[in-house]
Design a protein around this ligand. Structure first.
Ligand SMILES: Cc1cc2nc3c(=O)[nH]c(=O)nc-3n(C[C@H](O)[C@H](O)[C@H](O)COP(=O)(O)OP(=O)(O)OC[C@H]3O[C@@H](n4cnc5c(N)ncnc54)[C@H](O)[C@@H]3O)c2cc1C
Length: 357
């Protein structure tokens, strides 16, 4: 299990291996832990690295999703400065698009650049765009006022704390009965925020047991602070007129590792229901992950971090460093063979190859 973090370091240059500037250019899409650690590693070896991100400053979820009281923005800025000093160029408030739908955080983008344009201008591309689409259960009542998703709330709270949104955007849970669905890091953070922002009561509802949650130690602390934890339940319906009034749960049981919903029901009163049941990877070209690996390699497109599947900071950093080594090898091989480094494969070809999966 990954230890929750309070220190930040994305850059592990060591002794600068090769300070001669190489003519090879790499575009990294996403300035989260994966993109930043890759940027550092490539810049350490003298590659010309440009990072594109739709948000106002680098850091990804660590800057904007994880609460400021856990990882202060000053620590993230310090860690990013180290990478800027290596000559990495950051293009912030710039969303890279191909067939991307509207996603969380898009309101901060002031410029839009197509993936195809980057493919023409750079010798390799790293997609490290994370998982910025929250999952919501499709149950009756999900459209009622008071039904929220944790990621959107946490982003709003953090952005208001850091000063990118006015204080009027800070949600208030004053006197409210809050029910959080889910038992991961996001559920822990949003439950704590709800308490800090005045909730009368906070209840966590999970379809497995407390023991099954990888954040169980944090939940145990929250339980000591008065948060309730309901095990083996899943919401099946939300009741209310305009606003949420109560939520109906079905009892669950775990059979050979799978969660089964039973007929047994219970209802609890609630003013706010917050879904914290995970995020979906947000890739600028959604088919790309199920495309033929060779086609992608030929196209010089690489991936790292939560965009592959949502996990944690340590994994994202490790993957960023690992993929940077693969990019270096790929670029060196192509440069050595004096192959034209513009892409022989188009994004349309990639899309077509993906229809088979
Ligand atoms: C609330 C919360 C709490 C968490 N707590 C922990 C914890 O305690 N410990 C832990 O280890 N992990 C935790 N995690 C998980 C951790 O934050 C992620 O695993 C990690 O940030 C993934 O890094 P990444 O670089 O892959 O993606 P991200 O950090 O998500 O960065 C992706 C970047 O890509 C940018 N982007 C996306 N699409 C585009 C586009 N089309 N164009 C330009 N830019 C784009 C985004 O703006 C973002 O900056 C938590 C996550 C959340 C949401």
């Amino acid at each position: 299990m990954e230890k929750r973090v309070s220190e930040m370091k994305f850059c592990f240059c060591g002794e600068k291996k090769d300070s001669r500037v190489k003519p090879l250019r790499v575009a990294i899409i996403g300035a989260g832990p994966a993109g930043l650690s890759a940027a550092c590693s490539l810049a350490c070896d003298g590659f010309d690295v440009h990072v594109y991100d739709k948000m106002p400053e680098p850091g990804g979820m660590v800057a904007f999703g994880i609460p400021e009281w856990r990882i202060p923005i000053s620590k993230v800025r310090q860690a990013v400065k180290e990478i800027e000093e290596l000559g990495v160029v950051f293009h912030m408030r710039t969303k890279v698009v191909y067939d991307s739908p509207k996603e969380l955080g898009d309101e901060f983008a002031e410029r839009f650049v197509s993936l195809e344009k980057l493919m023409k201008e750079y010798d390799a591309i790293l997609i490290a765009t994370g998982a910025w689409r929250p999952r919501i259960l499709d149950i009756p009542g999900k459209e009622l006022k008071g039904v929220e998703n944790a990621l959107q709330l946490l982003l709003r709270i953090n952005l208001a704390r850091i000063g990118y949104l006015p204080q009027t955007k800070m949600p208030s849970f004053e006197g409210k009965r809050v029910v959080v669905i889910g038992a991961g890091y996001t559920a822990v953070d949003v439950a704590k925020e709800a308490k800090l922002l005045g909730a009368k009561s906070v209840t966590i509802a999970y379809r497995r047991s407390l023991q099954d949650s990888y954040a169980k130690n944090e939940f145990k602390k929250l339980i000591k602070e008065g948060v309730k934890f309901l095990e083996y339940v899943t919401p099946v319906r939300i009741f209310g007129d305009e606003n949420v009034r109560e939520v109906e749960f079905a009892k669950t049981k775990v059979v050979r590792g799978s969660v089964i919903t039973t007929e047994e029901k219970r209802t609890i009163p609630a003013d706010v229901i917050i879904f914290a049941i995970g995020q979906i990877p947000t890739n600028p070209i959604k088919e790309v992950l199920c495309s033929n690996e060779d086609i992608l390699k030929n196209a010089g497109i690489f991936f790292a971090g939560d965009v592959i599947s949502p996990r944690n900071i340590g994994t994202a950093i490790r993957e960023g460093r690992k993929v940077a080594e693969e990019i270096k090898a790929w670029l060196t091989e192509h440069a050595f063979l004096n192959i034209r480094l513009s892409y022989p494969v188009s994004l349309r070809d990639i899309s077509k190859s993906a229809t088979q999966c």
